[in-house]
Ligand binder design. Structure first.
Ligand code: RIB
Ligand code: CA
Length: 313
């Protein structure tokens, strides 16, 4: 089967970095048409720089990287330096990138790509706030029906929130954008905290990255060592959830995951539950199913895939 053509929309973020590496290491499964940076974990000036750092680490300096929106549609930007550190990729020391940032705005790249490629052949993989995607849909509604699928990391239901008691970070940062994306009618696959919190790093899994004896393996081990401290302190867990790579792993090996086609709506009116993904898991409403909401993962298989593919870089 031909590799899936994808655009990764991202706010690196150590876990975003692993997702980008997994995609760039898997050309037989995915063709990365471009990487679009959005403000999220850290401001846009850092997320676009970090995206380029990761592409160079992967040995793919020709990857097209674009800068997108630097603030949510209707709210002040909330960042997550407390999780990812000041740079967004804290852990190891990293040199500034030398590969270029594309001049075109990320939103224009998304619009132009969807208009150029045959309809139904491009998958969007947002792994940060949904501002770029929603802006593209608002500016060019004609592209919505041309999207093959959206496979995103965001939301939470049984696992509840990680930035507020009811909201997951990516959705919380730009709930208005999430409402647009979840309501657009594009086939949606959602990787919420319900599944990503089952994809935890462990000492052995991090040791496997380090045992690769490569720069990529060392960097991923250093990133996850840094990144896991927040979740271990907060949840008392043994390791940290590698949220964003779940989206790319789904494109490569969907059988690693299980979920349910249900309705998911986004709370944008209540300050108390702002950004909550209201998932009708038990189908108690007649709201139409708009999402494949993923709840389970073969975590051992996921980490085997990561180790195998990242060792290629
Ligand atoms: O809540 C987890 C999500 O927020 C991940 O995408 C992480 O990178 C942050 O963006
Ligand atoms: Ca992210």
């Amino acid at each position: 089967m031909a590799p899936r053509k994808i655009i990764i929309d991202t706010d690196p973020g150590q876990d975003d970095a692993v997702a980008i590496l997994l995609a760039l290491a898997s050309p037989e499964d995915v063709t990365v048409l471009g990487i679009t940076a959005v403000a999220g974990n850290v401001p846009l000036s850092l997320t676009e720089k970090n995206a380029r750092i990761v592409c160079e680490l992967a040995g793919k300096p020709d990857t097209l990287v674009f800068a997108g929106c630097d603030a949510p549609l209707a709210r002040k930007l909330v960042t997550a330096e407390h999780v990812h550190g000041k740079t967004g990729l804290d852990g190891p020391q990293m040199a500034d990138p030398t590969m270029p940032l594309q001049d075109q705005h990320a939103v224009d790249f998304i619009i132009d790509t969807l208009r150029r490629e045959p309809s139904g052949t491009v998958t969007l993989c947002p792994i940060g706030p949904l501002t770029n995607i929603a802006t593209a849909f608002q500016r060019a509604p004609d592209i919505i029906d041309r999207v093959q699928e959206i496979v995103l990391m965001g939301g939470a239901y049984f696992e509840v929130g990680n930035i507020t008691p009811t909201a997951e970070f990516n959705i919380y940062v730009d709930p208005e954008a999430a409402k647009i994306v979840f309501g657009a009618g594009v086939p949606l696959v959602v990787m919420p905290l319900d599944v990503t919190h089952k994809a935890l790093t462990t000492k052995d899994r991090i040791a496997a990255f380090r045992a690769m004896g490569t720069k990529v393996g060392d960097m991923v081990a250093a990133w996850t060592d840094f990144f896991e401290r927040f979740d271990m302190e907060k949840y008392g867990s043994e390791g940290a959830p590698l949220h964003d790579p779940c989206t790319i792993a789904y494109l490569i090996q969907p059988e690693l995951f299980a979920g349910r086609h249900i309705n998911v709506e986004i709370e944008t009116a209540s300050e108390l539950t702002l950004g909550m993904t209201v998932a009708d898991w038990w189908r108690v409403t007649d709201r139409p199913a708009n999402t494949l909401f993923i709840k389970d993962i073969d975590a051992a298989g996921f980490y085997d895939l990561l180790a195998t593919r990242l060792a290629r870089l």
